[in-house]
Design a protein around this ligand. Structure first.
Ligand code: ADP
Ligand code: MG
Length: 365
């Protein structure tokens, strides 16, 4: 396997011209751009707002920062908070009433897990904890013993074990332990984007290391986002995002641990209990962050042969995949949107069509 370089995956391309007009525009109290980076959700989130006066942009950014901080507390599987309480209740075979927002996100997670055929499954928190991918810092030491993995697999935890009565949530299987890490960023950016819109912000980008969500445009041109090359410093391609679009990348080169000659990535195959190996990075372009983020995780698990069927099942059409040998695979919808950053792509992109008649499992509860 080529040695991937650990780094954030998506970045907005820096736009220099904006600085030149800032002075003139300030006279009219409209700043062409307002940019702030906050540390929240265990990552750096860059918020850029254009075309609003500074006070409005600052207030909106602060509100989004508070919102993301609340999600971090409420949705964290491993710290005291609403989700931690729910995990305790599930292990005890009890139901718990959570806030409506968490209930909605869990409901969405259940549907996405079902549509992915269980390849994305936030109910495998026990396995994620066992591998040590629950902490903010990467795990160290040896991987877990095979019998520990087997014991957790034997419990067959599935999101489809969750039951809802409004915001009252329980599981028919006490082995379910929820870890929302596979789609929380996407779900959070959906809500943050909606909040910005509700505050009247028309043009903004939220960039949360691997997840990008845009509102409107960057002045007269679209917001442009680069997809990181997992192997060397730089980008494999850029995408111009249309208003309301999101781009989520699951990178197996960002969080992992090494033991001996082996590298263990933070995405776990729920069928085997072991980390995925074949796929190094998956980017999904969509209009729904939760779905894009969940699909990026699911397609990493699906692997090189099976991913097109899973993408079709989950209803995503624009996918870029980078394998451990450095191959670039893209769906026709993604290919149409990819721009090389230099003269050309680092290597030829293989276009992989999705199955035309997609099997869509019935996943409404
Ligand atoms: P990134 O953290 O790079 O955005 P992902 O969106 O794929 O990548 O999220 C990875 C996280 O998702 C892991 O740290 C873990 O918390 C969780 N996870 C790992 N494997 C799965 C899986 N098969 N289904 C759902 N969540 C998973
Ligand atoms: Mg994901």
């Amino acid at each position: 396997m080529r040695r991937p370089r650990p780094r954030v995956i998506a970045l907005t391309l820096v736009l220099t011209g904006a600085m030149l007009i800032a002075g003139a525009a300030r006279l009219a109290r409209i700043d062409p751009e307002f940019r702030e980076t906050i540390y929240v959700f265990g990552t750096l989130v860059e918020i850029e707002i254009r075309g609003e006066d500074r006070d409005t942009a600052q207030a909106a950014t602060a509100a989004v920062g508070r919102m993301l901080q609340d999600f971090h507390t409420d949705w964290h599987a491993w710290r005291p908070g609403a989700l931690g309480d729910l995990n305790t209740a599930i292990a005890q075979g009890k139901a718990l009433t959570v806030d409506n927002r968490l209930a909605t996100v869990l409901h969405e997670g259940r549907r996405l897990a079902c549509e992915s055929g269980g390849l994305f499954d936030p109910a495998i928190g026990g396995l994620i904890g066992l591998w040590g991918f629950h902490a903010d810092t990467p795990p160290e030491g040896a991987p877990p013993a095979p019998d520990q993995v087997a014991a957790l697999l034997a419990g067959q935890p599935r999101m489809t074990d969750l039951r809802f009565d409004g915001a009252r949530v329980w599981s028919v299987n006490p082995a379910v332990q929820l870890d929302l890490g596979g789609f929380a960023k996407g779900a959070a950016l959906d809500l943050a984007g909606a909040a910005l819109r509700a505050m009247g912000i028309k043009n903004a980008v939220l960039n949360a290391g691997g997840g990008v969500q845009v509102l409107g445009a960057h002045g007269s041109r679209p917001w442009r986002v680069a997809i990181r090359d997992p192997f060397v410093w730089g980008a494999v391609a850029a995408v111009s995002l249309r208003p309301g679009e999101v781009l989520h990348t699951s990178g197996n080169y960002e969080r992992y641990f090494e033991h001996g000659a082996e590298r263990f990535a933070h995405i776990i195959d729920p069928r085997t209990g072991y980390p995925v190996r074949e796929i190094v990075s998956v980017s999904v372009l969509d209009t729904n962050g939760a779905r894009a983020d969940a699909a990026a995780t699911a397609l990493s698990v699906a692997g090189r042969n099976d991913w097109p069927g899973v993408a079709a099942q989950m209803g995503v059409s624009a996918v870029l995949m980078i394998t451990d040998t450095g191959a670039l695979l893209a769906t026709p919808a993604m290919m149409a949107r990819l721009d090389p950053v230099g003269d050309e792509f680092p290597q030829a992109v293989e276009v992989v069509p999705l199955p035309r008649r997609a099997f869509r499992p019935a996943c409404a509860e």
